[in-house]
Design a protein around this ligand. Structure first.
Ligand code: UD2
Ligand code: MN
Length: 337
């Protein structure tokens, strides 16, 4: 009998300890399982890029618009493309009166990403016109906040696509803190608006197939034509190399940089990642770069010193035209680099 009260005390304390232990293990179980859910979501959600636009404060306390739907209701799917020789810039501008200074925001909702499209260009004015004609309505249907930047190489030194794209990235960031950058050849027109011009959790290659190559991926590591990298993915690889003058190699160099960072290239489904390349011959001033294989062998050694952090150039003008921002730039010469 004399033991009874103390046993009671022990068992009360025991119950208390047991309850505490139960709570702790329930908490531990919950945390472990919640971790799995979060992991699963980030692994499978197509675009877990921070949707900064959604977090931004709205001016003058106006109520913010609802986020745009994940799949825009305005998409058409397969498109009919036209390449009318008589098309003029004036016509394209009047078809796109909603675009100002090359920029557009969907009026109906808050865009999920802010995207800068960067187009390197020299002496391809007709191709640029066809691209603008198709791309503006295409991007508007996708409901992104976007701007098109054309980076024109001044002078007649060998063409340097990669360096122009580095310049485009640096210049566009002076206007706005873009989430996503699309590096876009001037002569490639997308054939299906389900090919979304937004960034993914990994660098994205958007040209799986095109007319000239039977709509087949040219080779496994192919990373040319149109690619999408977030601001941070591009910064992480130090951008493109500045040292590829003439045709070829710079796209493979970027792929090597991406792989060195442990990132993995993703592609949209082949049915939608289809392009028409406007027919062209090799431009004068863009001869094959015979040095490209040697350069590609040294990427791993030089990428940290050769890229965005060493991109020297002189901006000659920045014109805010109705349909694009025209950046004309002196990027030097192969020997001067
Ligand atoms: C392929 C790639 C391209 C690039 C290039 C090698 C595809 C679809 N594209 O293009 O991304 O890797 O090989 O450098 O695989 N440009 C001008 N003026 C010039 C020269 C070039 O504007 O005088 C620009 C223009 O945006 C053009 C791009 O550079 O689309 C690529 O040059 P290209 O079209 O002559 O080369 P291509 O089609 O073999
Ligand atoms: Mn081309």
């Amino acid at each position: 009998m004399g033991l009874c009260p103390s046993m009671l005390r022990v068992s009360r304390r025991g119950k208390y300890v047991m309850a505490l232990l139960l709570c702790a293990s329930a908490l531990a179980w919950l945390t472990a399982n919640m971790g799995d859910t979060v992991k699963a979501v980030t692994e499978y959600t197509p675009a877990p890029v921070p949707e900064r636009a959604l977090l931004e404060a709205t001016p003058s306390g106006r109520k913010s618009k609802a986020p745009c739907p994940e799949i825009s209701p305005l998409l058409h799917g397969v498109l009919t493309l036209s390449f009318e020789p008589s098309l003029t810039m004036k016509e394209v501008a009047s078809e796109n009166s909603v675009v100002a200074g090359g920029q557009y925001q969907p009026p109906e909702c808050t865009a999920r990403q802010s995207v800068a499209i960067l187009v390197p260009q020299r002496s391809r004015e007709k191709h640029l016109l066809y691209l603008l004609h198709h791309l503006h309505p295409f991007l508007q249907r996708q409901q992104f906040h976007y701007a098109i930047y054309v980076i024109q190489q001044a002078g007649d030194a060998k063409f340097n696509r990669a360096k122009l794209l580095n310049v485009g990235y640096l210049e566009a960031l002076k206007d706005h803190n873009w989430d996503c950058f699309i590096f876009h050849d001037v002569d490639l027109v997308p054939e299906d608006d389900r090919n979304l011009y937004m960034c993914d959790s990994q660098p994205k290659h958007m040209v799986v197939g095109r007319n000239a190559t039977g709509y087949k991926l040219r080779y496994k590591g192919y990373f040319g034509g149109v690619t999408a990298l977030t601001k941070d993915q591009f910064k992480r690889v130090n951008g493109f190399s500045n040292t590829y003058w003439g045709w070829g190699g710079e796209d493979d160099d970027l792929r090597i940089r991406v792989e060195l960072q442990g990132m993995k290239i993703v592609r949209p489904p082949p049915e939608v990642a289809r392009y028409t390349m406007v027919f062209h011959k090799r431009d004068s001033g863009n001869q094959v770069n015979n040095d490209r294989m040697r350069l590609l062998r040294r990427t791993a050694q030089v990428w940290k010193q050769d890229g965005l952090n060493s991109c020297s150039y002189k901006t000659l003008s920045v014109e805010r035209l109705p349909l694009y921002v025209n950046v004309t730039v002196d990027i030097g010469t192969p020997s001067g680099h």
